[in-house]
Write a protein that binds this ligand. Structure first.
Ligand code: KG4
Ligand code: ZN
Length: 367
């Protein structure tokens, strides 16, 4: 089955052709990094305009690269959310238009689930698994019985981890997105010079907080009252050490909480998804500290892309059948929810995929 995937949740426009959920025939991504770099973050209105300009040529390129035409496509899968509402409207309308005009079936795909699915596209994961979502918009730990049945056991209370990298990069006058330049700067830095620590939430051992860490970096850069020094007062060595110490603190927190959750919930493996999973320091920390099989997204599948949408769309269609052409995009997922528990009832604002209502870690059978 040939699936055309469409992704437009934030600042990447993606179209991809994937066969039977696994074999990627094309995966075209038009990044908007250049557009938003000057602002140090995504400007939603500009993102939407760029999606409109490029979505059709990106779709055409995906078909050409896969050496097929639109007629050969069996299913259209589109990221239904979460994301920027304007950006989502463009992707979903494009998908609906194509599906209506060609009488093809359509499914909406949860972008976060797709990030986790990405790590399983070239492997068979072991369930139950711990899903670790680490992107620019989300940080969450999921107890996963399968890709379509999971419960959120922890999430960030403030910034997402990728967002923290982006904000710290801005403090250090590094370009957007901040993850890659922080990682580069940190390579030659001393990760233990600054005793930075990520936040711990009382009574919520699997939740995250990165805003205090970001403030600690601000103080290290600007002095204790936040404006005593300019960035130019810092030596290159200090900047490298700040980047390395921040990266260590953020990544250690993620690894420590993941290990705790793996043990607590008796998981058999770890699935990682989202842009921050590209970070080599994070990867080696996980590989060295976690004595469980770890599944990473393959090259081209960490950052936002449409291959993961097409891949998961195939499974949604084979399980649930097509979705109605009238579904709405959803900008936010209530992340403390469960999906696929036997007693769930459905959120009224969604068609499929389902985002059930009962929660969370206290319902899980602990090891
Ligand atoms: O998954 P993604 O494309 O976007 C969302 O769905 O939100 O991830 C983008 C995020 C950005 O915050 C970016 O700074 C971060 O991933 N990122 C990294 C690295 N590469 C990208 N963070 C740390 N280290 C990296 N090498
Ligand atoms: Zn994403």
């Amino acid at each position: 089955m040939l699936v055309l995937g469409i992704e437009s949740t934030c600042d990447e426009t993606g179209c991809a052709v994937v066969c039977d959920g696994k074999v990627i025939l094309s995966n075209v991504v038009a990044s908007q990094e250049d557009l938003h770099a000057a602002f140090g973050g995504v400007v939603p209105e500009m993102a939407c305009r760029r999606h409109i300009d490029v979505i059709k040529p990106v779709g055409q390129k995906a078909l050409t690269k896969a050496r097929i035409t639109l007629e050969d496509i069996d299913l259209i899968a589109v990221a239904q959310g979460p994301g920027l509402i304007g950006a989502l409207l463009i992707g979903t309308h494009f998908a609906k238009g194509l599906a209506l005009a060609t009488h093809k079936p359509l499914v909406g795909v949860n972008h976060i689930e797709a990030h986790l699915y990405a790590s399983t596209m070239d492997a068979e994961p072991l369930f139950p698994a711990l899903g670790v979502v680490i992107s620019g918009g989300h940080t969450a730990l999921m107890y996963m019985r399968s890709i379509s049945s999971y419960e959120c056991i922890g999430q960030t209370q403030d910034d997402a981890i990728g967002e923290a990298f982006d904000k710290v990069a801005k403090l250090l006058h590094l370009p957007y997105p901040g993850g890659p330049p922080i990682e580069r700067l940190a390579k030659k830095g001393n990760p233990f010079r600054f005793p930075f620590k990520a936040g711990q939430m009382k009574g919520k051992p699997f939740d995250f907080s990165f805003s205090g860490l970001k403030t600690a970096v601000l103080y290290a850069v600007r002095g204790q009252n936040g404006n005593k020094r300019e960035l130019s007062d810092l030596s290159e060595e200090e900047k490298r050490d700040i980047a390395a110490s921040f990266q260590r603190a953020a990544c250690e927190d993620l690894v420590n909480k993941s290990i705790l959750a793996l043990k607590e919930f008796g998981c058999r493996s770890l699935l990682l998804g989202g842009g921050v999973s590209q970070n080599r320091y994070l990867r080696s920390l996980f590989e060295n500290k976690v004595p469980y099989p770890i599944f990473w997204p393959a090259k081209g599948l960490s950052l936002d892309n449409a291959a993961m949408i097409a891949g998961l769309g195939f499974h949604i269609f084979t399980q649930d059948g097509p979705h109605s052409y009238t579904f709405d995009p959803f900008p936010r997922i209530p992340f403390n929810l469960t999906k696929g528990a036997p007693d769930d009832s459905l959120n009224s604002h969604l068609s499929t995929p389902r985002f059930p209502v009962s929660s969370a870690s206290n319902q899980l059978s602990k090891k």
